[in-house]
Design a protein around this ligand. Structure first.
Ligand code: AMP
Ligand code: ZN
Length: 466
């Protein structure tokens, strides 16, 4: 069954394939680095990781851009209050975000780019919007005039006609269902960081960064744009207005949105104060795998209620899978292969893949593996499971873990992705060639701490996980 995804734009589940060649051009809105991200944020980022891995399992290559919002109202306010430059202030939380992503085994997007690297491009895009008469100036700021984009509202399926009065909004936070002209470029305020650009001094509004970076790296029409449901309006609606006014082409073919992580009936959020950072939860002794499992276990279009009970159940579920794997690796089974068991493995593996291809139905994918584990454990107890069945079962576990990433425990030095191992090995080989043996040894030791064993052979370096 081909991959099908729910598209917020068409309000339908549609078959997905990239528009040209085999590469999926995907843009996802990244974190605002004004503080540590909370596990609600990580529900969305975990959904994006499951999406990435499922796209790859379908044989597609990825070109995925994620922005880091490193300039906005809150960041500027906090940096000023702490007497720090923007860069000093955001560096801490950018690094923390990357560490947290590694802890949760979230793959690094092909390009992870801070917005402040593209201020010139944003100013140029605003200039072009101005030439197209989509903007106006007021008090040194530049606003997007929503009435110049008649399709405004098509993503959130809201009819704003008659409701677009030309009122302006300066802040990055909006009232719901209130369509207002939004700031593309904000005039400098006393003591705040600004950039000198041909359009005048100032700093970009939040929405323009995503339009500009998506188009710059991925082209005028991208395959997938994703984020949390709170971004549908106004952020993604505004992105569409800017991008399509710039190019005259549809901005993204698919729009995907993850539902909220909730706490006692309310969205987990900084402003409500009902949040836990990843570090908070790890500090209470929970494993990163349990958190990842919990965040991934409910299909992304359903709200997920966070509880510590839920985390404990996640830990128990993971334990079952680990024990099953251990049994496969260490028990002695009778010779031969049982056909019924082999058939069961093939069927479970098929159901697993099809569930994920059904708009990432992670709950069904998990049900498929747990029913399988139960059946195979019974087959083992009854002596029906044979030695020749083990490889197939382990193969299925491996394909499960290539998406869910919970069976292999985290090593002391933290989890490391295959691609990072490969690039460190390449760096080590280069260091050896340059006779920098200190660096080469350091890399070997670092990898060992992360559970990676290197073996130098005649045909190159081989590696495996401990
Ligand atoms: P921010 O750092 O505020 O820009 O948010 C980063 C991402 O987290 C966005 O895609 C938001 O939609 C998402 N997000 C924020 N709160 C939650 C939540 N409680 N549950 C799921 N996703 C969320
Ligand atoms: Zn965005």
């Amino acid at each position: 069954m081909p991959l099908r995804l729910y598209n917020t734009l068409t309000q339908q589940v549609q078959e997905f394939a990239p528009s040209s060649d085999n590469t999926v051009r995907m843009y996802t809105c990244g974190p605002t680095v004004y503080d540590y991200a909370h596990i609600g944020n990580f529900r969305t980022f975990t959904f994006i990781d499951i999406l990435r891995r499922t796209l790859k399992a379908n044989g597609f290559a990825l070109d995925h851009v994620m922005n880091i919002t490193d300039v906005d109202d809150k960041i500027i306010r906090n940096a000023v209050a702490q007497n720090k430059t923007l860069e000093e202030y955001t560096a801490v939380y950018t690094q923390a975000f990357q560490e947290d992503c590694r802890t949760l085994r979230l793959e690094t997007p092909e390009r992870l780019i801070p917005a402040t690297r593209h201020i010139d491009d944003m100013a140029a895009a605003i200039q072009r919007l101005a030439e197209g008469r989509h903007t106006y100036r007021s008090d040194g700021s530049i606003y997007f005039r929503i009435s110049t984009f008649p399709e405004y509202g098509k993503l959130s399926h809201t009819d704003f006609s008659g409701n677009i009065a030309g009122a302006r909004v300066d802040v990055d936070e909006y009232e719901k269902a209130d369509a207002r002209d939004f700031a593309l470029w904000k005039a400098p305020k006393e003591g705040e960081r600004y950039w000198e650009e041909p359009i005048g001094p100032g700093r970009p509004g939040w929405h323009i960064e995503c339009s500009v970076m998506a188009i710059k790296y991925l082209g005028e029409t991208i395959d997938i744009h994703a984020g949390g449901v709170d971004l549908i309006f106004p952020h993604h609606e505004n992105e569409i207005a800017q991008s399509e006014s710039l190019t005259g082409k549809p901005f993204s073919r698919f729009w995907l949105h993850a539902e909220f992580l909730m706490v006692e009936g309310q969205k987990m959020s900084k402003s409500l104060g009902n949040y836990f950072t990843l570090r908070d939860v790890l500090g209470r002794g929970y494993e990163p795998e349990s958190i990842r499992y919990l965040l991934a276990s409910t299909p992304y279009r359903k709200q997920l209620n966070f509880t510590f009970e839920g985390l404990k159940s996640a830990a128990t579920a993971i334990e079952r899978l680990r024990n099953f794997k251990l049994r496969l690796e260490t028990d002695k089974f009778p010779e031969g292969a049982d056909e019924e068991v082999a058939g069961r493995t093939a069927a479970a593996s098929r159901t697993f893949t099809e569930s994920l291809n059904d708009d990432l139905n992670t709950a069904e994918a998990l049900a498929a593996i747990f029913e399988y584990v139960r059946d195979v454990n019974s087959a083992m107890d009854a002596g029906r499971f044979r030695a020749g069945n083990a490889a197939g079962a382990l193969e299925f576990l491996k394909s499960f873990d290539s998406i869910f990433q919970v069976i292999e425990p985290t090593q002391k030095g933290g989890y490391i992705a295959d691609s990072e191992v490969e690039s460190l090995i390449a760096e080590r080989s280069a260091a050896k060639k340059a006779r920098n043996f200190g660096r080469a040894d350091q890399i070997r030791e670092q990898l060992l701490e992360q559970g990676i064993v290197l073996e130098d052979t005649k045909s190159g370096v081989r590696w495996k996980r401990k």
